[in-house]
Design a protein around this ligand. Structure first.
Ligand SMILES: [Zn+2]
Length: 124
């Protein structure tokens, strides 16, 4: 019955929305924790002077932090994008073919924007 399956999908989507909202707050918190010192700054006050080898570890740590932060930002954007689509009622609709994305796929990958056949065919 279509009615029942639509109701189930709505309930599943509501669950996914909660999950994504939770994920977004977690990411916000993590982004707060990983503020990278000097990122986007002029660099003139960088604490690197005459003995670069003394700071090799710091440099690596700095790069690692930047990579982590970049990753978090990307995930945050995906979260926000999913929530925007939920808001507009576009969530769970394949960007390529316009069909509904399988709910099990969305549960496993809430940020999916394409259905499995399109993803596999790499259609854009
Ligand atoms: Zn598709």
């Amino acid at each position: 019955m279509t009615e029942t399956s639509t109701a189930t999908r709505d309930r599943d989507l509501a669950g996914i929305r909660q999950q994504v909202e939770g994920e977004r707050s977690r990411l916000e918190h993590e982004l707060d924790q990983t503020k990278v010192e000097g990122a986007g700054g002029s660099g003139s006050e960088a604490p690197f002077h005459e003995h670069p080898t003394d700071h090799a570890g710091e440099m690596e740590e700095h790069e690692r932090q930047l990579a982590i932060r970049e990753n978090l930002e990307q995930m945050y954007v995906q979260c926000q994008d999913a929530l925007n689509r939920l808001e507009r009622g576009e969530y769970g609709i394949c960007r390529s073919c316009g069909k509904e994305i399988d709910i099990e796929r969305l549960k496993a990958l809430p940020y999916a924007t394409k259905c499995i056949p399109c993803k596999e065919a790499r259609r854009d």
